[in-house]
Design a protein around this ligand. Sequence first.
Ligand SMILES: C[S@@+](CC[C@H](N)C(=O)[O-])C[C@H]1O[C@@H](n2cnc3c(N)ncnc32)[C@H](O)[C@@H]1O
Length: 351
Amino acid sequence: MSSLDDQDFCVLNKYASGFMVSQVIFAACELGVFDVLAKAQEPLDSEAIAGRLDCSRRGTELLLDACVSLGLLQVDVRSGAAYYRNSDMADTYLATGSPKTQCHMLRYLGTTTYRCWGHLPEAIREGKNQYMKAFGVPADQLFAAIYRSEDERLRFMRGLQDIWSVCGTRVVTAFDLSTFPVICDLGGGSGALAKACVSVYPKCKVTVFDIPEVVGTARTHFSFPEEGRISFCEGDFFEDHLPEADLYVLARVLHDWPDDRCSHLLARVHHACKPGGGILVVETVLDEGGRGPLSTLLCSLNMLLQTEGRERTEAQFRALLSSAGFCDIQLRRTGGTYDAILGRKESCHST
Ligand SMILES: C[S@@+](CC[C@H](N)C(=O)[O-])C[C@H]1O[C@@H](n2cnc3c(N)ncnc32)[C@H](O)[C@@H]1O
């Protein structure tokens, strides 16, 4: 084998075992490895960790060493015994008590998303999501399938909000939104992005608009110390009257839907928008030509498996927004997972 073949073989093996890496992270989160180590005042050996997790010593040792190799844990060997502690990455993003924890999303990925990905060949053949095969539920009503039980709705909402503790400020400061004192976050879920808005813009108020079941779950299970500045409104954004606002936010909403549904929704938002008002679309945006980056292409495949939509390029967003009537459309890349696109209603008349 030439060294070039060798390199190709290594790359291929790395890709092929990618799912095992994910599973190590999912299992360690699910079992509570990072929480045990975050709570311990000192590094622990595998026997102590296995005891606290109520797991086998053999399995725990193998999992811990895989986590060390991935940089999630650190190990000190003293007198032949190994003592484990969280790496900074694990303390920040994997311990559930951290304000930046991503554990809920990892649990969602490790259960619901992972099961859907097991049906990728069928999804490609059929061109549609896989709720029927993965969970035995029909997906003719997309969000009825996504929210197939109260537990699943809570798991989804908790998972989705994790990212905003890391990327929320970046997204809401991509443009100066201080000129929009009243904001409506359409499909705003648990209100996590609304919290980022009110913490950055001291004068703004946000109405989170979502379907009644989601609003009910948000009120019951999520806390809102920003009392009075975040309110909820129940409704269907395809059908019902939209609350009055200076700015409408659609974060990770358009990627759930095909172009015709997006156009219908955007036309409704444009109709509700005051002259001078705006729309902020928050999505992970594909490169020009749509062939990268890989992370966004994988999100697009995930949209095939779990929704009716896809990720889009800047040109595709511009086309959707301008045909709904929005002008002055600008994309700001945030350097993080999600980018921001601002459109305006006002300048249509001035050009
Ligand atoms: C992918 S989630 C995004 C949640 C949130 N914007 C975020 O980025 O974390 C899509 C949201 O749209 C809401 N949604 C779906 N269909 C809706 C409808 N017809 N009317 C109102 N909200 C809807 C869902 O309940 C969910 O909260």
